[in-house]
Structures are given as structure tokens and as C-alpha cells.
Design a protein around this ligand. Structure first.
Ligand SMILES: *Cc1c(COP(=O)(O)O)cnc(C)c1O
Length: 387
């Protein structure tokens, strides 16, 4: 093959997929793979889901784009559905801004928090190990300093504390400077790391006491994957702002920033915008995705299938622990043992797609529609690879 004309932001792929159905992917040679990564927690309903595909095709024959100067008939019902899911079935009356990606959803949250904070109160605290996106502001919010270096100076107003350390957050959360705390309920890119019990409740309390906004980045964890519609629901709290993307369109690019009405209302016409955000094709896919996730009771599926996958992973040689929730799981490899990246490459050769967010962690995020047989087949492949 001639040299690629794509910028080298990703390592050259070992396999190129040309087709996918449900949990299965196929390469150009017709070889079949089990997809236990779902495009990094995106295709929660499996590849080429027929209902989402039908909704998208219907919309493609009707109206593609008119800009947000006119809006469209799908964005409003989609916002209502998101608001109900964030309320775990009871609408909260929050408002939604539609974007095209996770990073843009977080950009919206950060701009909202800055405007709500007022002059001088613009700092956003986030956690080490976090991932919030690749734009300049979300890159600075991302708690991985090694990713910052080449792009300095980054927008100011971002500070990081240890994830799961409530006292560190209390020390850093000066209410005269800090407008928001931005966290993932489970740190996905850090290697599927959940915080200690009680952490999110503690953060909610701290934010209430100091008048600081709590922004939760549910881009990877949201929409049923962890066994609840949103991971924060397991902690019994409600954040002020929630960002969503990845699985929202089952692969159609769409992101959303939800905020409590009082917070959302600080935005006035002209404060923020997007040419494509909330456009008809993306909304049609997202509406169909949410309808289908509700129809199949996605959180219950994620819980049941997640328990099955977890128990089989725990029995594998070389795996010392399994962490995460529902169908967002990280298998921690024994210290001084195998390199996760090599395991991922060998698994791919054997027809199983997973990835390694950290040097010693394998991440599993299969579609929420994954079957028991597919789980058993995937773990059998992994067992062969590990031994
Ligand atoms: C993937 C991800 C993002 C960024 O989403 P993009 O669509 O790639 O911009 C932000 N936060 C979390 C937690 C993510 O997993």
C-alpha cells in the first residue's frame, strides 16, 4: 500500500473492517470478528442496527439540513427524551444543547460554567487520569499532563486533583475562583477506574455547600452501559450539567450537553452555536437509538450481561481483578505479567476486538445487545490468547 495521506494521529490500523452486524465485524477478506469494544462504547445497539438504519434512511429521503436558524422537528422530542432519562424516568425540565461530538459537548459545559460563574470565577477542577476530549479547552480539562506539553499554552482556568480523593477536591475548591467540578463517574480512558464508594455523593455535597456546579461527563458511561441510564444514578445524585455523546447516535456523530434549567438559562442567543449540532440526520438516528435502548431495557441488559462477562473474566489466568460496572469493564492483568497491548493485538488476530486503555488493563465495552453465547465465545478466545 502507498503511504497514507491521513495525518498520523492514530497508529496504522492492523485490520480494516468493511461491514458489521450486531456484535460481528467483517474485514475485506471476509474474516469475522467479535466486537467487544463497540467503536469505544459507541455502537451500543450493535452494528447496522435495523431500526436505527431505517430511521436514518427515512430521514435521508426527507430532510438533511436547514441550520439551527430554523431548527427541526426532531431536536425538541430528542431533548425531552434525554431529560427524562437523566431523571431516570421523571422529566427534570432541564435543557439541552446539541453538538457533534463528546469534546464539543464538554466545550458547551465549560462555556456554560464560565458564564454562570461570572467574572473572575472561571476555574474548572477535574481529576488526574480523566479524559474529556481533544479540543484545547477539553484537552486542558483532561487530567493527563503528558498530553498537554506539545500544545502549550492551553486555555487557562483548569486544575487537577487526584481522582476519588474528596479531601483534595475540598482543598482545591475555592468558591471565589472555581465555577465547576468536572468528573467522569468512572474514568474510562484511565483503565475503567471507579471512584471509592460515597465519592460522588461527597462531591455533590461539596458543590452544594460552595455554590459550585457539578458537571458529569457521561460520554462513555451514559445511556445504559453501566447498568443504569446514567452512572451517577447509582450514587443517587443529580448533577447540574451532564454531557453525552458516544452511544447517543449508535455511531452517527452527535453529542449533547444537558443542564438544569436555571443553569441552562444563562445562555442567550449568540452565546454558543453549531452549524451541524442537532441536525435532522443525527437527531433521527439518536431518537431511534434511545427508543430502541428503552424498548430493550438497555440498563437491565447491561447489568445481566455484565455480570456474566465479569464472572468469566475473573476466572481467566493472568487476570488479577475486574473492575467497572455493567458492560464497561476493565480486566487488570497480573503485575509483571503480560503487556495489555500485546494481548489486544493477539486477540485481534484470533477474531476478538478489545483495547488497552492502560498498559496493564484490557477494556470490554461490547454492545448492550451482546448474547450469552457471544460472551462465552469472546472469553474462550481470550483464554487461548492468555495461555
Ligand atoms: C470519548 C470521550 C470524550 C470525547 O469524545 P469525542 O467524541 O471523541 O470528542 C470525552 N469524554 C469521555 C469520558 C470520553 O470517553
Amino acid at each position: 500500500m502507498s503511504e497514507s495521506l491521513l495525518m498520523s494521529t492514530y497508529a496504522p490500523p492492523r485490520v480494516r473492517f468493511v461491514e458489521g452486524h450486531g456484535t460481528r465485524l467483517f474485514d475485506a477478506a471476509g474474516k469475522s470478528y467479535l466486537d467487544f469494544l463497540s467503536g469505544i462504547a459507541v455502537t451500543s445497539l450493535g452494528h447496522s442496527n435495523p431500526r436505527v438504519a431505517a430511521a436514518l434512511c427515512e430521514q435521508a429521503g426527507k430532510l438533511w439540513h436547514v441550520s439551527n436558524l430554523f431548527g427541526n422537528e426532531l431536536a425538541e422530542p430528542l431533548a425531552h427524551r434525554i431529560d427524562s432519562l437523566i431523571g431516570d424516568g421523571s422529566p427534570l425540565g432541564g435543557k439541552v444543547f446539541f453538538a457533534n461530538s463528546g469534546a464539543e459537548a464538554n466545550e458547551c459545559a465549560i462555556k456554560l460554567a464560565r458564564k454562570a460563574g461570572g467574572r473572575g470565577r472561571f476555574h474548572v477542577l477535574s481529576a488526574y487520569g480523566s479524559f474529556h476530549g481533544r479540543t484545547l479547552a477539553t484537552l486542558h480539562a483532561t487530567g493527563q499532563p503528558e498530553k498537554h506539553e506539545a500544545f502549550q499554552p492551553l486555555p487557562e482556568g483548569f486544575r487537577h486533583v487526584a481522582f476519588g480523593d474528596l479531601e483534595a477536591l475540598e482543598r482545591a475548591a475555592d468558591p471565589s475562583a472555581v465555577t465547576a467540578i468536572l468528573l467522569e463517574p468512572i474514568e474510562g480512558e484511565a483503565g475503567v477506574v471507579p471512584p471509592p464508594m460515597g465519592y460522588l455523593q461527597g462531591v455533590r455535597k461539596l458543590c452544594d455547600e460552595r455554590g459550585i456546579l457539578l458537571i458529569l461527563d457521561e460520554i462513555q458511561t451514559g445511556l445504559g452501559r453501566t447498568g443504569r441510564w446514567f452512572a451517577f444514578q447509582a450514587a443517587g445524585i443529580v448533577p447540574d450539567v451532564v454531557t453525552i455523546a458516544k452511544s447517543l447516535g449508535n455511531g452517527m456523530p452527535i453529542g449533547a450537553c444537558w443542564a438544569r434549567a436555571e443553569v441552562a438559562d444563562v445562555f442567550e442567543p449568540g452565546d454558543h452555536g453549531s452549524t451541524f449540532g442537532g441536525q435532522p440526520l443525527a437527531c433521527s438516528a439518536a431518537l431511534a437509538t434511545l427508543e430502541e435502548l428503552e424498548r430493550i431495557d438497555a440498563p437491565a441488559r447491561a447489568l445481566a450481561a455484565g455480570a456474566h462477562l465479569r464472572s468469566l473474566l475473573e476466572d481467566l489466568p493472568a487476570v488479577s481483578a475486574v473492575r467497572g460496572s455493567g458492560l464497561l469493564l476493565g480486566a487488570v492483568l497480573e503485575e509483571g505479567g503480560l503487556d495489555a497491548k500485546q494481548v489486544v493485538a493477539a486477540a485481534l488476530d484470533h477474531g476478538l476486538v478489545i483495547n488497552a486503555p492502560a498498559a496493564y488493563v484490557l477494556r470490554f465495552a461490547p454492545p448492550l445487545t451482546v448474547s450469552g453465547e457471544e460472551i462465552e465465545e469472546a472469553v474462550a478466545i481470550l483464554r487461548e490468547v492468555l495461555s
